[in-house]
Design a protein around this ligand. Structure first.
Ligand SMILES: *Cc1c(COP(=O)(O)O)cnc(C)c1O
Length: 420
């Protein structure tokens, strides 16, 4: 099987061998390992090319047609295409494609609708939220009065009645639905109802599941939420960056919040790559891709459970799952992450709901299927992947055992080439 894409780094190779070599080694690592980090993906050659192109040279503070610099005729073409495609993909009334990444996108929405010390409600980091959803070490926890919700102890799923009760008690100005480690489908309609009952601004952060929402594999909250943020580099399979979509009523406030509120010049080469990513996601083949991500994820969860590994909430509806390695194998998340890494399998340690261990060395690992699916793997391949994972966990004390697995993993991955 031939690789899908090549990388052209001839000038770099000549000018800076140290960086060239490190990039080549990183590419080799990506190609020879099993990448299970659910927030990662592999972008197409077209996205890569747009990212490495000359709009990076331009300053274009402002928005299309209203710039603070001259010479933006073609940057306007790029940004307008990105905006129109984004709106079409998510059925959005308004899109701002300038946020540099997911965290600044969330910050821009908060700044647009809240004052310091206002109350907002988001999910606890330790049960699947993001740092920017109110964690004390993050600006969101420092600047605002954060009320945090979690999952139900028994089902390990969101308990909407409980969230409603908490919202009625605390009257948040903004209610946020968004997760980095929640494996289940979200009832966005219910969130909207709760927000309406307490008069809260209704926001979703779909960074992880955006590709699934765009493809209609997971419900898309954009048409009826006040604002939705997403990164473009996770399941959406675009460049590192983010967008904010919102109702027309909030468009001006949110645009002003992004620029001049908190950002300077947009990264126009990344805007170009976002536009390419949206075009790719509008193709019928992207729907198949998103469906396959979930099929693979369910298959992987089943295989792992068959091997006696406990999966939080007993399975998954989306691209990711949490494995309770402490309960199942007596390994901490950190030990499991390290053992897997030595075997060429990449994941991240993660807290599980009601974890008795610390976030630095929690009970779980978080794994997912976006990258493997991009490489063309199907359900049957998940059986192999699950065996590698189980074998590596069981060989965690044996360096030579893990080394041997790494070679097997490499031989397996070569069957799914992507970048040359
Ligand atoms: C990844 C993620 C972010 C942050 O994105 P960065 O680009 O890393 O700043 C925000 N929210 C959620 C839910 C995420 O998963």
């Amino acid at each position: 099987m031939a690789a899908k894409y090549g990388m052209h780094l001839d000038f770099l190779k000549e000018e800076d061998t140290e960086i060239y070599n490190a990039i080549q080694s990183e590419k080799q690592r990506q190609m020879e390992g099993i990448e299970l980090i659910p927030s990662e993906n592999l972008v197409s050659q077209a996205v890569l090319e747009a990212m490495g192109s000359v709009p990076t040279n331009k300053y274009s503070e402002g928005y299309p047609g209203k710039r603070y610099y001259g010479g933006n005729e073609f940057i306007d073409v790029i940004e307008n295409l990105a905006i129109e495609r984004c709106k079409k993909l998510f059925k959005a009334e308004h899109a701002n494609v300038q946020p540099l990444s997911g965290s600044p996108a969330n910050m821009a929405v908060y700044f647009a609708v809240m004052e310091p010390n206002d109350t907002f409600m988001g999910m606890k980091l330790t049960e699947g939220g993001h740092l920017t959803h109110g964690h004390p070490v993050n600006f969101s926890g420092k600047l605002y009065n954060c009320v945090q919700y979690g999952v139900d102890r028994k089902t390990e799923k969101l308990d909407y009645d409980e969230i409603e009760k908490q919202a009625k008690e605390t009257k948040p100005k903004l209610l946020l639905s968004g997760y980095t480690a929640y494996p289940r489908e979200i009832d966005f309609k219910r969130f909207r109802e709760i927000a309406d009952k307490v008069g809260a601004f209704c926001m979703a952060d779909i960074a992880h599941i955006a590709g699934l929402c765009a493809a209609g594999v997971h419900e898309n909250p954009v048409p009826y939420f006040d604002a939705v943020t997403t990164t473009t580099h996770k399941t959406l399979r675009g460049p590192r960056g983010a967008v904010i979509m919102c109702k027309k009523d909030f468009a001006e406030k949110i645009d002003k919040s992004v620029f001049p509120g908190m950002q300077g010049g947009p990264h126009d080469h990344i805007t170009a790559a976002k536009a390419v990513c949206f075009k790719e996601a509008l193709q019928p083949s992207f729907k198949d891709y998103a469906k396959q991500i979930v099929k693979n994820s369910k298959a992987l969860a089943k295989e792992l459970m068959d091997k006696g590994l406990r999966i939080v909430s007993n399975g998954t509806d989306n691209h990711l799952m949490l494995v309770d390695v402490f309960k199942s194998r007596g390994l901490s998340g950190k030990e499991a992450e390290l053992a897997l890494e030595k075997a060429g399998i990449y994941c991240n340690k993660n807290t599980i709901p009601f974890d008795k261990r610390t976030p630095w060395d929690p009970s779980g690992i978080r794994i997912g299927t976006p990258v493997l699916t991009t490489r063309g793997m199907k359900e049957a391949d998940m059986k192999e992947v699950a065996s590698f994972i189980a074998k590596a966990l069981d060989s965690s004390k044996s360096s030579s055992g893990l080394e041997a697995i790494k070679n097997e993993v490499k031989a397996f991955c070569i069957n799914f080439p992507f970048y040359r």
